[in-house]
Design a protein around this ligand. Structure first.
Ligand SMILES: [Zn+2]
Ligand SMILES: [Zn+2]
Length: 270
């Protein structure tokens, strides 16, 4: 019974997070009232997810009176503050800023619930960003919920933007590269290159890119290693070995391979 309760907590938390992200997007698109719902969903999310962390120590700890004789599945559960206290007592570190932002969120939520809603959009955006970031840091340090699998694909970009987190962005890029590799494993032209800009092996073919490649992590589109086909003989060569030329002097730019350029190092007279 308690196992089910624990799973519900996380599921409901993630539902609220997805909702919060949708509302944030609507807020950014100009629907200022949507921020109000973003705040409500986000505060619901944080409460549930912090309670979920408590259950990782023991599922029964989410209940206010786990030692009670008449205990059952419907028994009263702990609140946000109790969850925070437990995590602190357990030795988990919650930064002062995170706690301050949580208090701010709670106050704002109360004002919203009592229809005394007025807010500075910039302040809401900044604080939501800080809360998401603090949450991600906490999660990475203590639980690792594999958020990339839990958050809706369409919302994950915004989540990363808010979390502004290097590790998560890299994980997302690596997942994208892995997926593309799987989809294109039959294509002999499909290649993954090392990106010199960011230092990761995340440079993959991209139709929107001028070079035909784009780094899934940093957006860089260039590498001397990438193979492209010679504009004359159609053979693939590393870009660093080719020259980009206006071959006909009529603005018809193309890459030309060393062999077609009769570079003595590459032309063998056999
Ligand atoms: Zn890169
Ligand atoms: Zn050539």
């Amino acid at each position: 019974m308690t196992q089910r309760h624990k799973l519900d907590l996380l599921d409901n938390a993630i539902d609220s997070l997805n909702e919060a992200l949708t509302k944030y997007q609507q807020g950014q698109a100009g629907d200022v009232k949507a921020y109000k719902f973003c705040v409500l969903h986000l505060s619901h999310f944080l409460e549930l997810v912090l309670k979920h962390y408590v259950t990782l120590a023991h599922p029964l700890l989410v209940y206010k009176y786990p030692f009670a004789k008449d205990f059952n599945d419907e028994s009263q559960t702990i609140g946000l503050q109790e969850a925070i206290n437990f995590l602190k007592n357990e030795g988990k570190d919650l930064t002062d800023q995170f706690l301050k932002d949580l208090a701010w969120l709670k106050k704002l939520r109360n004002r919203i619930e009592h229809y005394k809603f007025d807010m500075e959009v910039a302040e809401v955006e900044a604080t939501i960003g800080r809360l998401v970031r603090a949450f991600v840091e906490f999660d990475q340090a203590h639980a690792n919920l594999e958020l990339d699998d839990l958050i809706e694909t369409g919302q994950y970009g915004l989540f990363l933007e808010l979390a502004d987190n290097y590790d998560m962005n890299l994980k997302k890029a690596e997942n994208e590269v892995e997926l593309e590799c799987r989809v294109n494993h039959d294509d002999p032209d499909f290649q993954v290159y090392h990106c010199d800009e960011c230092g990761h092996d995340t440079l993959i073919p991209n139709q929107d890119s001028e070079t035909g490649y784009r780094c899934a992590f940093c957006g860089n589109e260039d590498s001397d290693d990438m193979e492209i086909r010679c504009g004359l003989c159609d053979m693939p060569w590393s870009k660093g070995l080719m020259r980009y030329l206006d071959w006909t002097d009529e603005g018809h730019w193309m890459y030309v391979c060393p062999r077609c350029l009769h570079d003595p190092e590459y032309v063998n007279d056999d």
